[in-house]
Design a protein around this ligand. Sequence first.
Ligand code: GLU
Length: 451
Amino acid sequence: MNSIDEKLQPILAEVVRRNAGEPEFHQAVHEVLESLGRVVAKHPHYLDHALIERICEPERQIIFRIPWVDDKGQVQINRGFRVQFNSALGPYKGGMRFHPSVNVGIIKFLGFEQTFKNALTGMPIGGGKGGSDFDPKGRSDAEIMRFCQSLMTELHRHLGEQTDVPAGDIGVGGREIGYMFGQYKRLNNRFEAGVFTGKALAYGGSRARTEATGYGNTYFVQAMLETKGTSFDGKKVVVSGSGNVAIYTIEKVQSYGGKIIACSDSSGYVVDENEIDLDLLKDIKNVRRERISEYARRRGQGAHFIAADKGSIWDVPCDVAMPSATQNELSGKDAATLIRNGVIAVGEGANMPSTPEAIKAFQDAGVMFAPGKAANAGGVATSALEMQQNASRDSWTFDQTEARLATIMRGIHDSCYQTAEEYGAPGNYVLGANVAGFVRVAEAMRMLGVI
Ligand code: GLU
């Protein structure tokens, strides 16, 4: 890992001490503090009033029991989390993740990242994140509903359209949001549309929200490629994952003339030299909810499946890599392989998918690197547009919403690019994103007093 300015080292040491056993949270804080050395050198006042220490400490953390009854009549218990990280810029905002790997450290790292990501969008939203160690795999619709209702029976008292506004993340899509919002509405006896985003159009959702994260990452990478006079056109692209983010990344990259040759899920990856057939992928993943090996089976010639224990999707040679599955899915070794195979750009669709070693390898090799907190901000930005439509009881067209998203992503790209130049690190989007996000949050916090 790169070094941290010595004035900031005690802050990291305290975060590690106070949050023992939470390596992902330490990693996320480490990365931001690494970028802040240049900021405090230029503006030492940010060291005053324990401002950075306060930014590293969540405002509130809620941990609760989620009891529910499965289809066999057995009682199941899961653990629920909501980390309300920072509300200097607006209500806490961030998704809910349902995955067996979820613990307080994972939710804390996600909430921390979310705070800066949301600041970068320029929209009035604070940062938060939540979820549960519930594993939705193999669960029936009725089980998912009962679980969501039990979760919301506790969580509802901590939410509100001016307080905390959840959305989806891994394992949480339209179906789960519907069940959670339904229970929230029932318990509060209020139709408070703006308390959740990622809702279906039928009850107050926004057009383009489903597509927004993948589309946004594609806009960001396209803007980054343009700074070097190139584009997606004719490039070979690998997108890991096959969830919401991956699917709409594939759709947008294809519309820009990029050729997607591989995608994955947790069981392994598929390579399709003829280019991924998006309709087939959508049918397998969104309609039938099957494993990715089905893609190779149904596609036939030219496509093959490699199991997760037999290789990494990053072994597939490509020009652009778009990791869109989960944290730390792209290691230093994967980065070395990608570099050897001639990768020119990386755009993170997931949250913190590249390890610190991978990021360093890309930067040392001069590979353009778009960090998730900037490149995947299109999802939450469109959530803020959904809140805006809910507040004005309006509903915009797809084109209108997508146009706003495109403008926001261009703004995030330019602000990261310019901030990196201003702080003497041209082309370093990690530094640009961390610093631009930090300055927005820090400026608001300075004005609000010691809170
Ligand atoms: N889970 C998404 C993210 O990581 C979206 C959050 C939201 O829309 O609130 O940014």
